[in-house]
Structure formats: structure tokens, C-alpha cells
Design a protein around this ligand. Structure first.
Ligand SMILES: C[S@@+](CC[C@H](N)C(=O)[O-])C[C@H]1O[C@@H](n2cnc3c(N)ncnc32)[C@H](O)[C@@H]1O
Length: 310
């Protein structure tokens, strides 16, 4: 069986990443049921200011964001996870429709159930999809559309891919639509480092879950414990990188292919780009979007951008 090659598109992506130099894995690999649960724990960590800062913005400015969509509007959230943030907008509207898109079925199901509890008036649709593969959402109801991409997940894309993704969201919402995106600006490196390398080690477990997911999903023989969590700050590129560092040299056979690690060689598992308001507006302009409203929390740690097509 090991000789049969990668069994599906994700496996092909994994193998290509592990056979490239430097080695990498796609961030979507963090997410199976265990990974989604770990991400939810990250959002509650004292060091992880992002979720609290964004929740403060959405609590305070939910009515203004809702007004940009309007009653009967359709809110589409790629990578919706627990869907809690969308409730801050939807609860101010009559008869809204919510379309949650996610690669991880467990989060999708749980998010839909919890959203119905929080917003009784909402119609919920859940679509299992990999949004990096290009996606379409057929059969959307009539009504103004808002694409909602909170949490600074946009920072996982390199700049060019972020522009392409925003352009896709602009197309999805159409000429009278709105695109709302959470972005996390660069700040004190100590604050950034702590947010991605927490004292309780939850982010380290989340990072290692990329490998645990591979073991569970495909039955690969490898030991996630032989990789250490490492954070790298790249101030020039304004990004944080998450890596898994090989503890000692090791070799695996993955779908019939040898993959060798030198001691201390790393797998790059995620980048988190940190764009200021101006940098992010410039990026969005390249995607054909103009700013309509921009909200920050009281301490100015996080930014919620609302854009409309140019
Ligand atoms: C960082 S979490 C953000 C969750 C939520 N939107 C929030 O802001 O708290 C990223 C979510 O996107 C999903 N995801 C990651 N990569 C994805 C992909 N390529 N396609 C679809 N969903 C993806 C994950 O399963 C997870 O639920």
C-alpha cells in the first residue's frame, strides 16, 4: 500500500511540501477535530490578544457592520470555524442568511448549531470546502452579500495570494457587496512572540497537530514528538513563522517516497503576516477593493476593515 503514492489532493500537497527545500506543510493541515478544538483553546489564552481585541471591535461595531449588509442579507464566511464572530453582526439583522465554509467538518457542524442558538432568525448553510482550491457557492439566495474573513487568517497567505483571495471575495459579493476582513498589524515583537508561543504550550500542540493529523488520517509512520515547536519573527517581511524542528536526524517513508531530515531541519507550517492599516488598504486596492469603514479596538491592537468593490 505504501508504494501506491499519495491517495488524494491533500496528500499530494503534503508530499510536495515535504520534498521541497525548505520543507513546508499547508496550514490547513492543522485542522481536524483535534486541531479545531486546540484552535478554540488558543483563542482563550491570555497571550492571544487577537480574538479578544477582535471580539471587542465586533461587540462595539456589530450594528454598523450589520448596517453595511442590511436585513435579508447573505453573510459568507470562509474558514468559519466556530462561527461565533458572525453572530455579532447577524444578531442585528432580520432574516439574514449565513453561509459557513470550512475544510473541517466537525467545526462546521458545531458552528452551525451554535449560530442557530445565538441568532434564532438566521438561515444557516454549511459548505465543506478547501478555499485555497478556488471555490464557488452556487444557489445563494437573493440579497446583498458580505464576505467575512475575520481572525487575521488572511495573514496566512503570502501577499500575492492574499490579493488573489480578496479579489475572489470581491467577485463573490458582486458590485453592491461588502468584504470585511480582520488584519493584525505588526507590533512589539515580545507581544507577537508570546501570542504564538504561549506559556501553556497550546500553540506548540496545535503546530504538532499538523503531523498528528497526518498520522491519524493516512496511517503514516512518523513520530510527532520528535519535532519541536519554533517561532521565527521576520521583521523585514513583517511576519511570524511557525516551524516544526527535527530533533535529531530522521527518515520517513511517505507513500513510498523517502523523506529525510537533518538534525534541526525545519518544516515551515504557517506564516502570519502583520499588515498595518495602510499596507492592508494598498493590498486590497490591488484586489479592486476600496475602504468604506475601518474599526480598531481601544488599544489599537487589531483592525477590522470593511471594503467595497472599486
Ligand atoms: C484560524 S481559524 C479561524 C476561525 C474563525 N473564522 C475565527 O476567526 O475565529 C481558521 C479556520 O479556517 C479553516 N480553514 C483553514 N484552512 C482552510 C482551507 N484551506 N479551506 C477551508 N477552511 C480552512 C479551519 O478549519 C479553521 O476553522
Amino acid at each position: 500500500v505504501a508504494q501506491d503514492g499519495p491517495p488524494d489532493p491533500l496528500a499530494r500537497e503534503v508530499l510536495a511540501g515535504l520534498r521541497s527545500q525548505p520543507k513546508s506543510l499547508p496550514p490547513k493541515l492543522f485542522y481536524d477535530a483535534a486541531g479545531s478544538a486546540l484552535f478554540d483553546r488558543i483563542t482563550e489564552l491570555p497571550e492571544y490578544y487577537l480574538t479578544r481585541a477582535e471580539a471587542e471591535i465586533l461587540d462595539r461595531h456589530g450594528p454598523e457592520l450589520a448596517a453595511l449588509l442590511g436585513d435579508g442579507g447573505v453573510l459568507i464566511e470562509p474558514g468559519c470555524g466556530s462561527s461565533v464572530k458572525a453572530a455579532s453582526i447577524l444578531r442585528h439583522l432580520a432574516r439574514p442568511t449565513y453561509v459557513g465554509l470550512d475544510i473541517e467538518i466537525d467545526a462546521l457542524t458545531r458552528g452551525a448549531r451554535e449560530l442557530r442558538e445565538r441568532v434564532p432568525d438566521v438561515t444557516v448553510r454549511s459548505v465543506p470546502v478547501d478555499y485555497t482550491a478556488g471555490f464557488d457557492v452556487p444557489g445563494l439566495p437573493e440579497g446583498r452579500r458580505m464576505a467575512f474573513f475575520p481572525g487575521s487568517t488572511i495573514g496566512n497567505f503570502d501577499r500575492d495570494d492574499a490579493v488573489a483571495f480578496l479579489a475572489r471575495l470581491r467577485e463573490l459579493v458582486g458590485a453592491d457587496g461588502v468584504v470585511v476582513v480582520g488584519a493584525d498589524p505588526w507590533k512589539d515583537p515580545a507581544v507577537l512572540r508570546a501570542a504564538y508561543d504561549d506559556a501553556a504550550g497550546v500553540t506548540a500542540e496545535f503546530n504538532r497537530n499538523a503531523l498528528r493529523h497526518l498520522v491519524r488520517r493516512y496511517g503514516l509512520v512518523l513520530d510527532p514528538e520528535r519535532f519541536a515547536h519554533e517561532i521565527r519573527l521576520d521583521a523585514d517581511r513583517r511576519r511570524i513563522e511557525m516551524h516544526l524542528v527535527s530533533i535529531g536526524a530522521q527518515s520517513w517513508t511517505i507513500w513510498g517516497h523517502p523523506v529525510r531530515f537533518e538534525d534541526r531541519e525545519t518544516i515551515h507550517t504557517e506564516s502570519c503576516h502583520k499588515w498595518t492599516i495602510d499596507e492592508f488598504r494598498a493590498l486590497a486596492a490591488e484586489a479592486g477593493l476600496r475602504p468604506v469603514r475601518t474599526f480598531t479596538d481601544r488599544e489599537g491592537r487589531f483592525v477590522e476593515h470593511a471594503f467595497a468593490p472599486l
